[in-house]
Design a protein around this ligand. Sequence first.
Ligand code: ZN
Length: 489
Amino acid sequence: MEMKRLFGRPLGRGLVLLALVGTAVAGLQIGTAALGAQATSPLLPAPVVENDSAAQIETFYDTYGGRDTFTPLFRDAVETYMLAEDDVVAGDFATARARIDDVFEKYSMSDPVWTADNAVSGVRVGDIVGYNALRMLDEIARVGLGEPAVEVEPLTFTFVLVECASGVRPATPDLAESEPVDDLVLDQRLVADDYFVLRQSMQLFQMYVWAITGGERYLELDFQHVSECAEVDCCNGGNFAGIRDSDNSIRQLPEDVIEGSDMFLVTYPSSRPSDPVFESVEIVSGAMGSFDGKPNFIGNDTIFLDKDVQHGGEPYTDLERRGQLPNWLQHEYFHHLFNSFEEFDLEPELHLWFERSSWPDDFVGTFESDYFAEALNKRFYTATPSVTERISMATDTDIQSEEDLTGVYRRNPVENDWHTVEIVYENDELIWTNTAGVRCTLHLSSAGLFTDVSCPYGEQELHWQIDSSGNISITNIDGIETFDRVSDE
Ligand SMILES: [Zn+2]
């Protein structure tokens, strides 16, 4: 019986965060204890990624033949998204604002100049030279300079790292035939250095979610490993080769982790064959799914590590990852958002936004991320329920206050008067009374739930369990007696 993980987590963590984040003061330590020395941010939980942007920019230019290899627009765009991300992480929204305004003054938002030939072979910084990242930063800076939200709470983004995979992979470059494969293992570069690659990939998207909720929610990352191998599949028409059933990998997680997650990202070993005949074969490895109505990003391990073969297949530099991955995450997430805001019918057909003529009359702009910004500003922000309400998907399994525990409880089967109990909260005291008339005071604190020393049971620690429907049961420490709440009146 796995009692430990089923029972209540420590009290009040969310409330403490709320107070700290609400003040929006730079430099406060937010979130759970950092793993080692970490920078802090007013709108991100620790640990914050320590990007040395100057060095990352230099490494990027060194890798691709020097700064002069790139057009002025390219250089301005990538350097701006790097430095403006650092600004907003540090809570310096004014400097970020100035940088972003500067770049869009030189090259107007939505202008075709953005899709002029800026490409350098083998480089990948988002679909349009970091444009999506810049528009995300634009939104973050706008919210950061506005009134701080009154209430700020975390959302949980759960990485589901599937350790191994077997099944079938493509055997021919036309993806018509498959062959068995059974020895695929997760690329450990994802795990290295406290998940640095994943944290770096996520950071801008985390702040973007904070922005689109008006600063009411921020995204905490949770990393969960699944040892049961995933089944990989391919060659059923189309060019997808990868995990067959990502839901099955999520189901391997402890129930409280599943319930406590607002979003998932399932990543697993790539099944792309290493044979050179596949070198130029485009294989789709990312997708958006849904688990219990929660967004489920699906991508193999190489999505975070190496560029697509049509972009050279080399490992991402930090600068590229910080432009490309937010672009991917934003794109996939909007599939989910358009589905959540289905009343606006903004994705009547898959990817229809790429068809400019399909846009609603009041939408301005040209590019994908213009469409996303229009959707937010002209539809979602004024919708009911709000963005915050729609994207907060976790079931709250925490007890936040004494009132959460009140109600009538029964120990089944009821064999005597001690097996029916009422818990009330009055005069700041939590009191347990059974049908036999025996009263006992309970104490709830960050240390847990305890019976008072004067109780017939003496001082005992009690545990609570809440399921996804909000049903509560309370058990003594030995797990001998369990009382289920039958009414919260
Ligand atoms: Zn898509």
